[in-house]
Design a protein around this ligand. Structure first.
Ligand SMILES: Nc1ncnc2c1ncn2[C@@H]1O[C@H](COP(=O)(O)OP(=O)(O)OP(=O)(O)O)[C@@H](O)[C@H]1O
Ligand SMILES: [Mg+2]
Length: 291
């Protein structure tokens, strides 16, 4: 897979805040790349520089191996974190308005199909629910048949069902071989949608890899937790005490469970957890993404 977009040492400073502090990475063609990080980490600033909307203080952005130029914007689709929609016109009229801006726009029928807009196509923009609005904004973003789609927190504030519906739309767009850069605060979303993930904090890239490789390089097996009910004398391999709990990190769950069953420990309250992306975040950024 060749790289579609590559950024080199991007820096953006606001006053004394270094919003993006020397970030470099590349995104291969056809994948969904997730940019994750706590509030204020520099995700929107990074993505807006990549979109060609915001000028970096320094650093370069390459698309198909060439520095981005004024034609670049015709090849990408953008869904901003916050967007004001024209008022007093319908979804269809809004799509038509944006269609007029591009040389080879998708048809209204195509957009209705991909973004499931049939039920709201004649509705006034002001009357859309949060989920309907996001579907419509995705429709606007894909009008130019973009090679690359930028989605900045497209599902924030949606209910669980609406988020899953949105994932389906993303799946359809990805199946057309569109490369996607997405930011999200939802770890389940990143695990479902993203082939690769970049984790940023305080303007710096901390890690970049596939979700499974990130997890396997940071965590070793499963975590078994069981209340020790004061039996602090019991010794387990790879076990340690944490408050009222005995915690065992194990790569051999069968063996650990047998040992526990043979011990005199009351196993009520036992839990087994495989670390997920949420745990990785806490570990890397020291903060929960939704805090
Ligand atoms: N136009 C601006 N003027 C001044 N400071 C800014 C501006 N835009 C962003 N910042 C600052 O830059 C830092 C990074 O902001 P950014 O919006 O990129 O974060 P983010 O990762 O997108 O956060 P969130 O998850 O809350 O959307 C923050 O400290 C923010 O306050
Ligand atoms: Mg943001």
């Amino acid at each position: 897979m060749s790289d579609l977009i590559r950024i080199e040492n991007l820096i953006k400073t606001y006053g004394n805040v270094r919003a993006v502090d020397g970030i470099s990475f590349s995104i291969p063609e056809g994948i969904c790349f997730g940019l994750l990080g706590p509030n204020g980490a520099g995700k929107t600033t990074t993505i807006e520089m990549m979109e060609g909307i915001l000028k970096p203080d320094s650093g370069e952005i390459y698309f198909h191996g060439r520095k981005i130029d004024r034609h670049f914007k015709q090849k990408v689709g953008i869904q901003f974190q916050n967007t004001a929609l024209p008022e007093f016109i319908t979804v269809k009229e809004t799509l038509e308005l944006f269609q007029a801006l591009y040389p080879n726009p998708r048809t209204i029928e195509e957009i209705i199909e991909i973004c499931s807009l049939a039920d709201i196509i004649d509705r006034d923009n002001r009357k859309l629910s949060g989920g309907q609005r996001q579907r419509m904004l995705l429709g606007l973003a894909i009008i130019p048949r973009p090679e690359m789609l930028f989605l900045d927190e497209p599902t924030t504030g949606l209910d669980p069902q609406a988020r899953r519906n949105f994932w389906e739309l993303i799946g359809k767009i990805k199946a057309e071989n569109t490369t996607i850069l997405l930011t999200t605060h939802y770890m389940d979303e990143a695990e479902v949608l993203c082939d690769q993930i970049g984790i940023i904090d305080q303007g710096k890239l901390l890690e970049i890899d596939s979700p499974s490789k990130l997890l396997s390089s940071h965590f070793d097996g499963a975590l078994v937790r069981v209340p020790h009910f004061g039996r602090e004398d019991l010794v387990f391999s790879d076990g340690s005490l944490s408050g009222d709990f005995l915690e065992i990190t194990t790569r051999n769950l069968d063996k650990t469970m047998k040992e526990l069953l043979q011990s005199e420990l009351n196993l009520e309250g036992l839990s087994i957890k495989k670390p997920n992306l949420e745990d990785l975040f806490l570990k890397l950024t020291g903060t929960s993404l939704r805090s």
